[in-house]
Design a protein around this ligand. Structure first.
Ligand SMILES: [Ca+2]
Length: 177
C-alpha cells in the first residue's frame, strides 16, 4: 500500500517499488516492471485545469523509442520522460521539452490552464503552447505513478512528491520546494 499524502485518500498498490532514504526523507525507487496503481477517483479527474508536479531522478534514460511514465491517467493526461531526456506533458495537447539529467533530482511540472499548456523544469518555464481544447474526463483505467496507464513504460529510478492539483498554478507557485 502506498499512502496518498493528501486528504483525498487516493492510496495505491505498488509493484516493483521500494523505498529508499533520499531527498526529503524517503523516496520511491522503481525498477523492472514497476508501477503504483491508484483506482480512478473524482479527485484525480480534473474537469477544467490542473497542475501535475513531481521530483524525478532517473537512473537511465529510456531506450530509443521508449519512454518512462511519471504519472498517467490513460486518455486524460500524462507526464512522461522521453528517450531524448525531454519531459512530455499530455492533456489537451502534447508538449515536449526541457532536459532531465540522470542520477540528479529534478523538479518537473505540467500546468494546464484554461488557455495554455506549460512545461516547467526546476521551476523555469521550458515550453508553452496554446491549449487546443477541453480535457477528457472519466476514464476508468487505473491511474499510474511511475508507469503508463494501464500498464508498461515503467520508470527506472526514483520519484518523490508526485502531486496533482485541480488548479493551474501560476509561475511563481511552480517552485522547487
Ligand atoms: Ca496511457
Amino acid at each position: 500500500m502506498v499512502r496518498d499524502g493528501s486528504s483525498y485518500g487516493n492510496d495505491g498498490t505498488a509493484t516493483g517499488v521500494s523505498t529508499v532514504p533520499d531527498l526529503d526523507g524517503m523516496a520511491a525507487q522503481f525498477s523492472g516492471a514497476a508501477m503504483i496503481s491508484i483506482p480512478p477517483a473524482a479527485s484525480l479527474n480534473p474537469p477544467t485545469e490542473f497542475t501535475l508536479d513531481a521530483w524525478v531522478r532517473p537512473v537511465t534514460l529510456p531506450a530509443a523509442g521508449a519512454r518512462y511514465g511519471v504519472f498517467d491517467r490513460n486518455g486524460q493526461f500524462g507526464m512522461f520522460l522521453m528517450d531524448t531526456g525531454e519531459l512530455r506533458c499530455s492533456a489537451t495537447n502534447v508538449v515536449t521539452g526541457g532536459s532531465i539529467p540522470v542520477n540528479v533530482w529534478t523538479h518537473v511540472a505540467c500546468v494546464i490552464s484554461p488557455t495554455a499548456v506549460e512545461l516547467y523544469v526546476n521551476g523555469l518555464l521550458a515550453v508553452t503552447a496554446a491549449r487546443s481544447g477541453a480535457l477528457n474526463t472519466g476514464n476508468q483505467d487505473v491511474v499510474a505513478v511511475g508507469a503508463n496507464s494501464p500498464s508498461g513504460d515503467s520508470f527506472q529510478g526514483r520519484l518523490d512528491r508526485v502531486r496533482l492539483w485541480q488548479t493551474a498554478h501560476p509561475a511563481n507557485r511552480v517552485c522547487t520546494q
